[in-house]
Design a protein around this ligand. Sequence first.
Ligand SMILES: Cc1cc2nc3c(=O)[nH]c(=O)nc-3n(C[C@H](O)[C@H](O)[C@H](O)COP(=O)(O)OP(=O)(O)OC[C@H]3O[C@@H](n4cnc5c(N)ncnc54)[C@H](O)[C@@H]3O)c2cc1C
Length: 406
Amino acid sequence: MIREVDILIAGAGPAGCAAAYDLAQAGKHVILLDKRSFPRHKPCACGLTRKTLKALRYSVDPVIERVCNEIVLQSAEAATTEPDSRRARSTVRVKTRNPICAMAVRERFDDFCLQQTLLAARQGGSIELRKIDRILALRELPDFIELDIATPRGPETLRAPILIGADGSNGQTRRLVEQHGEAPSHDDGFALEATVPYTALPATLPNGAAPHDLVFDFAPLPGGYGWLFPKADHINIGVGAFAPATGASHAQLKQVTRALLLDYAQQKLGVTTLSHITGQQLGMGGHTYIPRGRVLLVGDAAGLVDPLTGEGIHSAVVSGQAAAAAILECDLNDHLNEVAAAYARHLAPLLKTLTFSHRAARAFYAQPERGFKAMRLPFMRSLILKTYADGLPHTALITALAKLTT
Ligand SMILES: Cc1cc2nc3c(=O)[nH]c(=O)nc-3n(C[C@H](O)[C@H](O)[C@H](O)COP(=O)(O)OP(=O)(O)OC[C@H]3O[C@@H](n4cnc5c(N)ncnc54)[C@H](O)[C@@H]3O)c2cc1C
């Protein structure tokens, strides 16, 4: 038997929830599929910038563990072996009166967002959350999408005019859509993370950072950075590379290993063991994405992680909302590409920003030391900070970076 619904959404992360929330509020019947039961772990440092908090439809205060007004940026010269004076030259502290970034733990953040989403249905709308084992097949027919799914109760077929592919960087929808030649190009990054409880730290940290510092560190690897994100009772430590978006090679992606992360943890935090090391690809390259047909890719499935910063939750939320807005303004029985065209229109401002980011990432990561020098200039510092926190158009930033790196 084939079950028919208004909208199918694959993936209940930030992108899928953002879309489901707006659709259910507008009275649509949504089936939200996920292969995991929530709360579930997802590798992510869960730094929530001001623009992310603004984009969300509800306050996430209940799951915010810390608010950071300062970012510590470190260059490749900031190695622990450097004398103090030299180390100070390769560290930039950027402080503001307003919070730059809020810290949450991803497992709790996602579960909270999912619960808010499930409460969103208004005007007769509904969201049915379904745990599935996997998607078996996707058929795009002239008037609808059919999805064969494997569930704990056996195989099933679902039919809807539209499928929102929100199943992340390793999800199946992007691959299935690729078979039709409609998916964004693959340009993925890769990042590894672990947690270190404050109680496991030595009395003094080896390179002079404070335990609650929010650190972006361009030392550990080319084409990416290491980070320290302070939570309530632990530090989320990680390393990530964003090649080839940054002009780095696939070989550099392979440098993101457990050994690199362990080495980095030893250098920065003086710890020799790490628990909960997990990693995942970051969906990138979506700045060239042209939606087509009845499958709208959102978030990491569409490759929308910012290649300059590695930030992806903001894009996930904004693209999920853009897909919902497109669906709500179209008659779904109309011409095949009408919804896709509306989605492209709603997505355009985000893709424009990501295109700028792509260029900025290439300029910055090609010569991080020169890029880092730029950050020492007060006007560059405030521009970078505003772009990261608020998502200002990067035009001025690109121009300035281009000047400094050519
Ligand atoms: C180590 C690391 C650190 C990061 N740190 C940050 C950060 O600090 N700030 C930030 O903004 N971004 C960060 N990111 C990026 C961010 O995690 C992603 O961009 C974001 O999660 C994308 O959201 P999404 O909803 O598109 O996908 P996801 O969050 O990946 O959600 C996808 C959902 O789909 C489900 N799914 C997968 N396959 C299927 C399937 N076949 N069928 C049904 N469901 C399926 C999954 O279980 C999951 O629930 C980080 C990423 C990594 C890897």
